[in-house]
Design a protein around this ligand. Structure first.
Ligand code: DO4
Ligand code: MG
Length: 268
């Protein structure tokens, strides 16, 4: 694992052995303090080369929250062949929508290709703030998640949700984890989609539009599940391209979250 400090990169795993990988870090009792305590040791291990950017996940499951932004609720009610009242209900309900999104080997890193399903005609990226959660249930950092989804399969029948959401290349995470030292401040989330050199979609939202708090979502996820290696939890999308838009092979999706960076993925 590497650590970036004021633009310089260091070899965190060489400096501090409990920080050898993401699961070792997330199983510590206080992962944020462990990073803070490493700061003087890590400066002795600068990284002089440009290491490859891997997805910041090793053994963690990726879960996702849904219908946490008004824009998501409205889009899903419109696409749903059955009218989609349940989206309206879950938006206001005490219990949030939380679903399994990806096992680690299905997650794509920054610059790796995400995929659209070959049996789906309407496909979109979903730019989401992803919470990095320790084994103890503490939100220790943030990264960027892309919950790539089939709107046609999801709209046909809500029982098809796992097929709309979970398939090879349907999730990207990265490029880095921003350690959560001060809680979640308002962050802009921006997405552009580029096709043959031209921007075909651009939009922006903010985490202030989220109807639920990150802590509330994590509390529900951890109610009856344990995560000995920690977990990732996507917090839902507030950006939905217009209904006549579908992703195409060859597009590039760029998602930027303030304080985290930009996650870029070509579509295959
Ligand atoms: O209910 C379907 C999925 C919702 C979702 O993924 C989102 O709101 O981001
Ligand atoms: Mg989503």
């Amino acid at each position: 694992m590497g650590l970036e400090l004021e633009g310089e990169r260091f070899d965190l795993s060489a400096a501090v052995s409990p920080l050898s990988d993401i699961s070792a870090w997330l199983s510590l009792s206080d992962p944020i303090k462990a990073v803070q305590d490493s700061l003087s040791a890590v400066r002795k291990f600068p990284l002089n080369s440009e290491p490859p950017v891997l997805a910041p996940v090793d053994l963690q499951e990726v879960w996702a929250s849904g219908v946490t932004y008004l824009r998501s609720k409205v889009a899903r009610m419109e696409e749903s062949e059955g009218g989609g009242d349940f989206y309206d209900q879950v938006y206001d309900a005490e219990r949030p929508e939380i679903f399994f999104k990806a096992s680690p080997e299905r997650v794509r890193a920054h610059d790796q290709a995400i995929r659209i399903r070959r049996d789906s005609e309407w496909n979109v990226p979903e730019p989401e703030l992803a919470l990095v959660v320790s084994a103890a249930g503490q939100i220790v950092g943030y990264t960027i998640g892309n919950d790539v989804s089939s709107r046609s399969i999801e709209g046909e029948n809500p029982l098809y949700l796992p097929q709309a959401k979970v398939y090879d290349g349907s999730c990207a995470l990265g490029p880095v984890i921003a350690v959560n030292e001060n809680g979640l401040s308002a962050r802009k989330i921006k997405m552009t989609i580029v096709r043959e050199g031209k921007e075909v979609f651009g939009g922006e939202t903010s985490t202030t539009q989220m109807r639920r708090t990150p802590e509330e979502l994590v509390r529900y996820l951890f109610r009856e599940l344990t995560f000995k290696h920690g977990a990732f939890l996507l917090t839902g999308t507030g950006l939905v391209p217009p209904d006549d838009f579908t992703l195409k092979i060859g597009d590039t999706v760029n998602i930027t979250i303030e304080g985290v960076g930009t996650l870029q993925n070509p579509v295959a």
